[in-house]
Write a protein that binds this ligand. Structure first.
Ligand SMILES: [Mg+2]
Length: 271
């Protein structure tokens, strides 16, 4: 997809996310809206994957380590044809496969995630396996910035550099907020770029809502040899809905009817 189409796709995905969260009175709408341009780029412009053949051995692997934004992944998987669009209406309902975290019973989902700091460790293991088999496929893993407080993230980062995993791309959704407030007040990341560089990563810093930036970063990562890449994506929590942007309480805030109508109206105006 080209930039224009990607923007149109992102807008449709944002509306889908807001609708899922409104109808279910659940979900993590703020972080889903900060992550969605990254997921949209991965599935529509970067990763090699086959929705009709979800277990295609040569597929690139994606792990949503910040698993609580599952609805953003479900929306993308429905757009791609891994699941039926109608199933999105069951999000978070009793008996639905679309629970509040990624679930590997669903085609296109590699692993169950949501215990923060866990997905990134498994992504590193997948990348090691790919290297051992000399496979061409790549591994992409999206992390949250609140998630960086988990010690296992740093064990994973150390191993990724040690094993020279140039088939691994970690993406950090740097929206500056976590469930309980500003990351720099809860558990400061400080200069996170320097930290990953010290761990041996190639770090690319971008605007995580800018499609030229996103596509260029993935291209640089693909051409980087001998070390893993971290894409430090600066984002806005709640991006696209004015009253949610940069407000920590929208981490998993529930929309009332009036807010839902306002959100959809704003997203339609952005089309
Ligand atoms: Mg965050």
């Amino acid at each position: 997809m080209e930039t224009r189409e990607l923007k149109r796709s992102a807008n449709a995905l944002r509306k889908e996310i807001v609708t899922m969260c409104f109808k279910s009175k659940a979900g993590h709408v703020g972080g889903s809206l900060s992550s969605i341009d990254i997921l949209n780029t991965l599935y529509n412009a970067e990763m090699k994957h086959r929705p009709k053949e979800p277990n295609w051995p040569q597929r690139d692997r994606f792990v949503l380590s910040k698993g609580h934004v599952a609805e953003s992944l479900f929306a993308v998987l429905a757009q791609q044809g891994y699941i039926e669009k109608e199933e999105l209406a069951t999000f978070s309902a009793f008996g639905s496969r679309l629970i509040g975290h990624p679930n590997n019973k669903i085609d296109g989902i590699e692993m169950n995630t949501g215990a923060l700091g866990h997905g990134v460790c498994v992504a590193v293991g997948m990348a090691i396996a790919g290297k051992m088999d000399q496979s061409p496929w790549r591994v992409y893993c999206l992390m949250g910035d609140g998630e960086q407080a988990e010690g296992s993230v740093w064990e994973a980062a150390m191993a990724a550099a040690f094993y020279k995993l140039d088939n691994l791309v970690l993406i950090l959704d740097r929206n500056g907020l976590q469930i309980s407030g500003n990351t720099e007040e809860v558990m400061a990341l400080q200069d996170i770029r320097l930290k990953y560089e010290a761990f041996g990563f190639n770090v690319i810093e971008i605007d995580g809502h800018n499609y030229e930036d996103l596509m260029a970063a993935f291209t640089i990562a693909r051409h980087t040899k001998g070390k893993p890449t971290l894409i430090l994506a600066h984002t806005i929590k709640g991006k696209g809905v004015s009253f949610m942007e940069n407000i920590a309480s929208w981490h998993h805030g529930v929309l009332n009817e009036e807010q839902y109508e306002q959100a959809i109206k704003e997203l339609e105006e952005q089309e």
